[in-house]
Structures are given as C-alpha cells and as structure tokens.
Design a protein around this ligand. Structure first.
Ligand code: ADP
Ligand code: MG
Ligand code: MG
Length: 244
C-alpha cells in the first residue's frame, strides 16, 4: 500500500523554479533513494515534504497515508509520522544526549525511558554510559552527533523518514550505523526516503530515482540508476543540456 504519493510538485524560491514536477510514490517498508547532481533540488524537496517555512509548493500534491498534507504545518506533519534528518547533524549547546533523546518520549517512567534510550543507542553503537551525560555540541565529532541523531529518529518511531545525505562527512563506522538504522526502520514497516551520493548507501535501497533540475528523469533499480548517473549525468552541467 502507498505510504506517500508525490504528484507533479512544483516549487519556486525567489522566482526560480527549483522543483519542476517531482513525482513518485513510496510504500511501507520501502527504501527509495534519490540521487542527482549538487543543486538539483534534493534538499529542497526534503524541506518541502517536511513543510518548512517558505517551502510551500505552487502546485502539485503531497499525499501521506491518503491525506493531502500540502497545507499542514511542520509539527502537524511530524505528528502524523514524518521525520527529517538534516544533512548537517544538529548541535545543541547545553543539552545533554539524555535530554536530547528524551524530548519526544511519551513515557515519564524513568526506567522505561532509560531502557529505550539504551536500546536506541545500541542500534548506532554508542555506549550509553560514556555519552548520555555529554552535551550535543562541538565536543562531539560530526560522526558521533550523526549517530546520536539517528538514535533520536528511532525514538520518534516515524512512519516516513527522510534521510538527507546521512553519510555526508561521517566515518566508515557511522556508515554501518546508518545501514543498521535503515534496516531497523525497514523491518518496522516505515518508508524511507534516502537522499545520497554514496554507492554503499544505494545498496540499501529497493528502488532509486535520478533527479535532474527539480524533477525525476529516471527511476529503477538502484544499480542501474547509479550507472546511468555516472555515465550520462556528470558531464551535463546545466539543466538545459539535459537530454534525459
Ligand atoms: P541539492 O540538495 O540537490 O544539492 P538544493 O535543494 O540544496 O540541491 O538546491 C537546489 C537549488 O535551489 C540550487 O540551485 C540552490 O542554489 C537553490 N536554492 C536552494 N535553497 C535556496 C534558497 N533558500 N534561496 C534561493 N535558492 C535556493
Ligand atoms: Mg547538495
Ligand atoms: Mg542537499
């Protein structure tokens, strides 16, 4: 069954048309990868789907679990189960890992909370004893913050997760952790939108699509899309030159 449907989505930012007819669907338990050159609109699409301010599409539809979400605010979309992991992992001055991870938890029971935090950190190979009382700030490496952010995603129990280049700037260890988390979500029946450049990450996708100048120009098996991208797309610097 379809979890998410994107239909002919158009978005302008300052008169520039950034999304030009994005269209695809995502099923429960499916990993759908979006690849494409820098500046083709992948992050813009992620923000539009999440509903950030100033990312209101001019036309087209975003349908989540049968409901049109175009006019919903970011928090309403989050409540319905959509979550975005940013390209840059978050930093929170003065917030401990324990506090950060507990934010979305419904249970007030201390033991339940502590167990959930431990389970989530386990998925990303972070030792709770070493990290729970540290701050989510510059004292943690980018890779550590990324892993803690991934643990926070698990705790939110989202039904649709947008991962915007989760592998950017992280080490090999974190790459395995990301794969772990993707598999965890897949098993729990969530749909995953995976924006990535890396071949390793693409191996975890069920399907992939190539984005060029704000629209999907090709969709298929991840390896085929990746091959096509590498052999035909890189020389094409301008959208006008795109021969699809
Ligand atoms: P990608 O994530 O695929 O690298 P982006 O979505 O970040 O691409 O950017 C798509 C295009 O939109 C780029 O040309 C970028 O310069 C432009 N863009 C993105 N955000 C803004 C903004 N806030 N104002 C103006 N142009 C923007
Ligand atoms: Mg980019
Ligand atoms: Mg981007």
């Amino acid at each position: 069954s379809k979890l998410l449907e994107i239909k002919d989505l158009h978005l302008k930012i300052n008169e520039a048309e950034i999304l030009r007819g994005m269209e695809f669907s995502l099923a429960k338990g499916e990993v759908f990868a979006l690849i494409g050159p820098n500046g083709c609109g992948k992050s813009t699409f992620a923000y539009t789907l999440m509903g950030l301010n100033n990312y209101q599409p001019q036309s087209g539809e975003m349908i989540f679990k049968g409901e049109k979400i175009n006019d919903l605010k970011i928090n309403q979309r989050a409540q319905r189960g959509i979550t975005l992991a940013w390209q840059e992992p978050a930093r929170y001055q003065g917030v401990t890992v324990r506090e950060f991870l507990s934010l979305g938890l419904k249970s007030r029971d201390k033991e339940v909370t502590e167990n959930k935090l431990r389970e989530a950190l386990d998925q990303v190979a972070i030792n709770p004893a070493q990290y729970l009382d540290r701050f989510v700030d510059r004292s943690l490496s980018g890779g550590e913050r990324k892993r803690i952010e991934l643990a926070s995603l698990i705790l939110m129990e989202p039904e649709c997760i947008i991962l915007d280049e989760p592998d950017s700037g992280v080490d090999i260890v974190a790459l395995n952790n990301i794969a772990n988390v993707i598999n965890y979500f897949k098993k729990s029946g969530s749909g995953i939108l995976l924006i990535t450049h890396s071949e390793e990450m693409l191996e975890y996708a069920d399907r992939a699509a190539l984005v060029c100048a704000g629209e999907i120009i090709r969709e298929g098996a991840p390896s085929a899309i990746s091959d096509y991208f590498k052999s035909f797309c890189f020389p094409c610097a301008k959208a006008e030159d795109c021969e699809k």
